[in-house]
Design a protein around this ligand. Structure first.
Ligand code: NAD
Length: 367
């Protein structure tokens, strides 16, 4: 089996879907791994380390991809890149085919068997392949560090000769994978941490990290362990209680998301107006529109009332080395399902393959 990996095409993306570690493991399975020179530069994996792990280094993306049976990526490849793929090749990674009709068309046109890892069912067996979780962990961590950096306050309590500094009160909205990591990070920095989520089981998870569960009286567990969208009444109740509470919060990290929908708008402009000067909001949900009405994706603004609202993008890429290590292991674990003796095999009885593949199996003719 010939595996090809080229540098990412998305702007500013530093992560890679193949690390020297996973390259070595793939070579051990008997696969031939071809990598574009400079592939791991952004994530600090030098070419010679890939070469030592058994990769064949080539000068450009075309040379890495045009003959590959199996191709890995972190972000969706652009259409010029898709055009380089061999007819009928298999593509594994964060492809998001349905986010862009031209991309979907390009993939269909070349008969690419795509496994967009964001479609992977989130079962226990799939955990080792779950890129959403591994990357959300880094995003939550970085979001809290950005908040600490922007805040004009200390996070921890200090007792000094110049008097006592009270700890910052940090509120994490949404306690999924990113939110829990944000809570753990804020806690380690010494802040007083609160979290809330609409899934009731998060209370225990927040408390186990040393956070306080903020009860806003709204519970909205949906399908598959995810949250559902709130009704108008639930939203109004959540906002009323939250608005009152925000007057005493120094830092907010927003991470709330509902699968397949724009991020829920939780913090209105009016609520930001009620916060004290010097407060900071970091909106990790900026990528899908933001949880705060004032969020400008990719930018940080300061309101007239002295509240900083930041909507950083590409958070996982900011920790490219470890994020890539985890991402590449996820990809390697998934690829292991496909790597047969000398050829790719597709066991469509395996739900991890059958439910992840795109175009979806019922629409596809593959047998
Ligand atoms: P996500 O990114 O879709 O959402 C982030 C969080 O926002 C979720 O906890 C959600 O409940 C919350 N949220 C949505 N609307 C909200 C609102 N209006 N107010 C406050 N919070 C709101 O979620 P995720 O982090 O990808 O994971 C969600 C769930 O899936 C978690 O229970 C997680 O443990 C579970 N999960 C399971 C597996 C597995 O078993 N393999 C893997 C990953 C995640």
């Amino acid at each position: 089996v010939k595996i090809g990996v080229a540098s990412e095409t998305a702007n500013g993306e530093k992560r890679v879907a193949l690390t020297p570690e996973t390259c070595g493991k793939l070579v051990k399975t008997g696969a031939e791994v071809v990598a574009e020179r400079g592939l791991g530069r952004g994530a600090h994996f030098p070419d010679d380390v890939y070469a030592a792990a058994g990769a064949k280094l080539v000068d450009d993306a075309a040379a890495a991809l045009s003959d590959a049976d199996l191709v890995f990526c972190v972000q969706p490849p652009d259409n010029a890149r898709i055009a380089l793929l061999k007819q009928g090749a298999t593509l594994v990674g964060g492809v998001q085919p349905e986010a862009d009709s031209a991309r979907a068309e390009a993939l269909r046109g070349r008969g690419i068997i795509t496994f967009p890892l964001e479609r992977l069912p989130r079962t226990t067996r799939a955990q080792a392949m779950d890129v959403l979780s591994s990357q959300a962990g880094m995003a939550g961590y970085k979001a809290t560090l950005i908040a600490a950096e922007l805040a004009p306050r200390f996070f921890p309590m200090l007792t000094t000769a110049a008097g006592t500094i009270r700890p910052s009160k940090v509120l994490i909205i949404g306690a999924g994978v990113a939110g829990l990591q944000a809570i753990a990070t804020a806690k380690r920095l010494g802040a007083q941490v609160e979290g809330f989520d609409v899934r009731p089981e998060t209370r225990e998870q927040i408390e186990s990290l040393g956070g306080r569960f903020l009860d806003l009286g709204v519970s909205a567990a949906g399908e598959g362990g995810y949250a559902r969208q709130l009704t108008d009444e639930e939203r109004a109740e959540q906002q009323r209680r939250l608005g009152e509470h925000l007057k005493s919060v120094d830092v907010i990290v927003c991470t709330a998301a509902v699968p397949g929908r724009p991020a829920p708008k939780i913090i209105s402009a009016e609520m930001v107006g009620m916060m004290r000067p010097g407060s900071v909001i970091v909106d990790l949900a900026a990528e899908s529109g933001g949880n705060c009405a004032l969020t400008v994706p990719g930018d940080a603004i300061e309101t007239d009332g002295g509240v900083t609202v930041a909507g950083p993008l590409g958070l996982a890429s900011m920790g490219a080395l470890h994020a890539s290590e985890m991402y590449a292991r996820n990809v390697y674990n998934f690829a292991s399902l496909l790597l047969g003796e000398g050829a790719l095999t597709f066991d469509w009885e395996d739900e991890l393959l059958a439910k992840t593949v795109w175009p979806p199996r019922d629409a596809a003719t593959t047998g």
